[in-house]
Each structure stands twice: as C-alpha cells, then as structure tokens.
Design a protein around this ligand. Structure first.
Ligand code: RNT
Ligand code: ZN
Length: 421
C-alpha cells in the first residue's frame, strides 16, 4: 500500500471515530508511550549462552527445529534489531540471566555481576530502550531434580538465594545505566509430579528463601521485584510450590509486583479480570502475555479475545503506568524473528483497539443501567475501521505497513539465518 492510500484511509477512519467521540491522533500519541518488553528467549528457544550442555528442564518445553536460531549474543542482538525494525514504537528488552555475555568465560550463576551484561546494556542504550531482567532457575545441575529456592538441601537453597541476590543487583545496575527502571522477575520451577505428602514444608522454605533474596532494600527507581507463580507445569502437574496464592499474598505483604502469566492458570481462566482485582492493593504488576493452547504451551501471541480483554483492562482501567507488559512465548517451529514480530505487533494492536473503543459512551450507558446500549455499542465497536489507524501508525513510525514486514523477514532469513547451519 502506498503512503497516500494509507493517509487517505486514516483520514476517513479518523472522521468516523470522531463522530463517536474517539480522538485517533491522541490515541496514537499515547500508544507510542507504552513499551512492550520483548523476551530474549524467543530468539534461541530459551537456550541462553552458558553452554552447560544441560537440558532446559524446569518443565519448559520448546518444540520445533526451524533453522537459523541465534547461537551467540551478537546473533541474538542482530535478530532483535531486525524484529524491532518491523515493530512500531520504542520498546524494552527482557533478558534472562542465562544470556550473560561473558565472552565465553564460565561464570557461575551465584557470581554473575553487572559487568557480564554490559554488552546488553550498551545495546539497549544505543537503541534508547529500557531493559528488564530475570534470574534463571532452570537448565542447571543444581536445578536438575526440580527444586531450587525450596530445595530441602540448605546448600542448594543458598546457591539459588545468592543467584537471586546477584540478579537484583544486576537489575539495579541496569536501571541506573539506562535511566529506566528495570523489573526483575523471579520464577522458579519447583514442584511435584504426583500428589505430595507435604505441601507445607517446601512453601515455608520458599518463603524463607524469598525473604533472603529480597532482604536488601533497593531503590525502586532502579529495580522493581516481581514474582511469578503458576498452577502446573510438565513434571509439576500435581503441585507447584510457588503458587499464585503464595506469591500474591507475599506481594501484598512485601510490596512486590505480582506477575500474571496468561498461561499459568486453569486452561480456560484468563488473566484480564485479575488486573483490576490485584491493582486494588498492589501498586504495580507485570504481565507475561502468552497464549496457551490447551495447556501452558506458550504459543505466539495472536489477536484473540483473550488478548483484547487484557489490553482493554489495561487501557480502560487507566493502568498504563502501573502495568508492565512483557511477552512470554517460544516457538521454534517458525521463523523466530517473525514470531517476535507477530506477537509484539499483536500486543500493540490490541492496545490500540482498546484505545479506539468509545468507552466513555459505553460506560455512560452502563451507569444509567442501559445494558442494551452497552452490549450494542460494544459489538458495533468491533467493526470500526481500526486497521486503517493501525496502518497509519506503522507508516508514521517508519515500519512496514500490513504484511510487508514479512518480505523483510524472508530476505533476512535468506541472507542471514539460513547461513547459520
Ligand atoms: C515459566 C514461566 C517463565 C518462563 C521464562 C522463560 O512457566 O512462564 O516466565 O517462561 O522465565
Ligand atoms: Zn512467564
């Protein structure tokens, strides 16, 4: 589509929205201020660069063997550069500790320091991006039996406590270097395949470990702590130590962020409704936007009703400053740069759709008990010319309009990814 057509379609759409009291220019201005945190682990199937030869473990499973996955930090950054050139707006990087860029030197996880992430920090700085961080509690000999911070062995627990402490320091260093607060998200795989005889002791050990990890106060302008629970995983079908309830109560008590991962609840349970619930008492939260297909399968984020509901809650609730939006999926069966591009563009699209809904009018109807109008207007809103506004946003941000980005990914695949075998 040429620029003239994009602009003309936008002007028509703008008029149509204006009649409903929706200001499209203002929506696009606001949209440009909302960063999405791109998860590094889509680029290499959650592999990281420690070269321990360990299996992923922790119940994480990546299927597919599409050629061209990033093998080095430089390759991963190049792939991210490509994806970011196809995504409108300024975004963030979400990095796992296992992606330390140590120049091939082995550094134990309880000894990692900000210096091991300097190349990542420099890359973010160059791109004007913020950065988020995650301790890595899997793919390690000390996590091989499925327990980390709740391990019955004190020495193993201590190792993982030290890892958590290192990661918060790194988070603070990231926040300081980039002048943008880093969110450091803690997730552990600990759990049991079959019915436990003692649910209590591992949870009490986890609590003590969390207290040790979070003991040192860190300036919340530099680093914010988030904690991510789940209901079940592969190998932890019957019991997960770090359940949603454990972390939610911890977050409320200790002023942490709760992380809501879209794949971490009962398979038909969405996270959209949880946002306004937990934000009644928590200052901020982190989302792991993902897509489960029948289970916590971490498929590429598509523009589903679930995604729209999440975006609506963030936008309509006025929570854009209190909800940190991160992505969490990993698909190795398709081009990985495309996977990032598709999922991130969809997240942004969903936010824009929410912003373009005449919610004030719909809320007025609700307030006077006119639920007929509420339903009618919500349904009519679904066929408003959202696509024209989205295309215009892409064009004005200098990224490909429509499926044109795919040609660029195909070219990149031919020139770069295919040469990686
Ligand atoms: C696992 C959690 C966790 C991981 C990443 C790689 O179930 O969702 O967020 O996906 O840390
Ligand atoms: Zn997650």
């Amino acid at each position: 589509m040429n620029r003239k057509t994009v602009d003309e379609a936008y002007w028509l759409a703008k008029e149509q929205y204006a009649e409903l009291g929706v200001k499209t220019d203002a929506a696009l201005k606001k949209l440009a201020t909302i960063p999405i945190s791109l998860h590094c682990w889509q680029g290499d199937d959650v592999g990281g660069f420690e070269n321990t030869g360990m299996e992923l473990g922790g119940g994480l499973a990546v299927t597919g063997n599409y050629p061209g996955k990033a093998r080095t930090p430089n390759e991963l950054r190049a792939d991210l550069d490509k994806a970011l050139s196809l995504i409108p707006g300024k975004h963030r990087l979400n990095l796992h500790a296992s992606y330390a860029d140590t120049g091939g030197r082995k550094v134990e996880r309880n000894e990692i320091k900000p210096e091991h992430f300097q190349n990542w920090i420099a890359w973010c700085k160059k791109n004007g991006m913020g950065m988020d961080f995650n301790p890595t509690y899997y793919a390690h000999p000390k996590a091989a039996d499925g327990f980390t911070l709740s391990h019955p062995d004190k020495g193993i627990r201590q190792f993982w406590i030290e890892h958590g402490i290192c990661c918060r320091e790194i988070g603070a260093a990231i926040g300081k270097a980039l002048g943008k607060t880093c969110v450091t998200n803690l997730w552990i795989p600990d759990g049991m395949k079959d019915t436990p005889a003692d649910r209590k002791s591992p949870r009490e050990r986890l609590l003590t470990s969390l207290d040790a990890v979070f003991k040192k106060p860190i300036d919340p302008k530099l680093n914010l702590d988030a904690i991510e629970g789940k209901l079940f995983g592969i190998g932890s079908e019957s019991y997960v130590v770090g359940s949603h309830e454990l972390y939610l109560s911890y977050a409320v008590r200790h002023n942490k962020l709760i992380t809501l991962d879209a794949g971490h609840y009962h398979p038909t349970e969405g996270i959209a409704d949880k946002i306004s619930s937990v934000l009644t008492q928590l200052a901020e939260i982190l989302l792991h936007v993902s897509r489960g297909v029948r289970w916590d399968s971490d498929h590429v984020v598509t523009l589903t009703d679930d995604l729209e509901a999440i975006a609506q809650e963030i936008v309509w609730g006025g929570y854009t400053d209190r909800v940190h939006i991160g992505l969490d999926y990993f698909d190795a069966s398709i081009n990985r740069v495309a996977a990032w591009t598709i999922g991130t563009r969809n997240m942004i699209k969903a936010l824009l759709m929410a912003m373009l809904t005449p919610i004030d009018t719909i809320r007025k109807a609700e307030a006077i008990g006119d639920n007929t109008s509420r339903l009618a207007l919500l349904e009519e809103a679904k066929t408003l010319p959202f696509g024209a506004v989205w295309d215009y946003y892409c064009a004005t941000k200098g990224v490909p309009v429509g499926a044109a980005w795919l040609d660029e990914v195909k070219t990149y695949e031919k020139n770069v990814l295919a040469k990686r075998q």
